[in-house]
Design a protein around this ligand. Sequence first.
Ligand code: G3I
Length: 372
Amino acid sequence: MLGLVGLGLAGCGTRARSQPMTEPARPPGDGLADLARAHGISFGTAVQGELLAQDQVYAAAVAAEAQLLVPEWEAKWEALQPREGEFDFGPLGVVAGFAQAQRKQLRGHALVWHNAMPDWLAPALAEGPARARAVLAAHIEGVLGATQPLIRDWDVVNEVLANPPGSRFTDQTPARGIFRDTPWLRALGPDYIELALRLARERDRTLRLTINDYGLEGDTPWAEQKRQNMLALVRALLAARCPLDAVGLQAHLQVDEPFRPEPLAGFIQTLHGMGLAVLITELDCREGANLPPGQEARDGIVAAYVQQVVGTALAAGCRTVLTWGLSDRDSWLNRDPDVARRDGQQHRGHPLDAEFRRKAMWQALARSFASA
Ligand code: G3I
């Protein structure tokens, strides 16, 4: 298997898993990553390999604004192991090649998730726990073996918690206790989470292992319940001496969701007290049902909400912030029918507009970094 090492990426080095990878020295610019770095913060964004390869404006914006990249799709099971036993590192190699050429860091997303599963996977998991364990172990072995020099930080498990009753999210998936009912849970019970983390640690002892989820930021009863559920899960894992280094807050924000700093700050500080890092992993911001007149007013509302949330997280000790894309043009917010606007308008929830011009959210992030 010609993994990413075949791209000559070996030797990217390893480092203590609790610390972000040291960034290569580079001439200071005025991008968000430069502004963040000046305050000890790592900033980055999700990227699409095809756009990196085909769209120079897109690639230039990523090069100028971001230091830490996360593949939006190319490191998911569907992309990496489309058929059982057949690994395809081609799409990830495009992102990796860009990261190497531009001297960027790369984080992995996601080793275990209930979406982006290739067609063969759910039936395999349904064959029973022994098969499920073998499939999981083979994937983690194959992926970490090929990406070890390149990716030092993975979302090992993604969105394992159910959305509590009353949640604002459309995917009211059935729950089993605090856990989302997924093919993984049905095959292995909640232990799949610990199993994935242990397999990842055994394969790569210096990898930073992250649990990533959404709906953890707001000041609502269901966000508070989901935060308590995350804390219960983390406490149980740590009590079982399960390897875990960080919790990722996806931060897919919505301006209509109430926010108060204290609940989020307390949550982050509690996780820090357990010895865990906290990252913002997928920041973007959906606009409200009723848009104010004028683009400037819309952008101002998004910027103010983002600055409140990111400023709170940074003040509580978060030191890694990634947006889920830089520009409104390529955002899942305007592709995914579950979140796209019904009024035909495009969400403006990213630092750059559809023409890759910096807008109020870009300034809000810059201000948040400067006051961290
Ligand atoms: O399937 C094609 C594949 O054949 C093709 O080679 C590839 C190259 O472009 O594209 C694939 O298409 C789509 C892919 O995005 C790349 O754009 C997939 O059909 C589509 O399902 C996939 O959607 C992604 C989704 O996760 C599912 O993986 C979205 O872009 C991405 O924004 C979204 O991101 C998730 C996070 O992983 C987890 N948190 C929520 C977030 C938003 O849903």
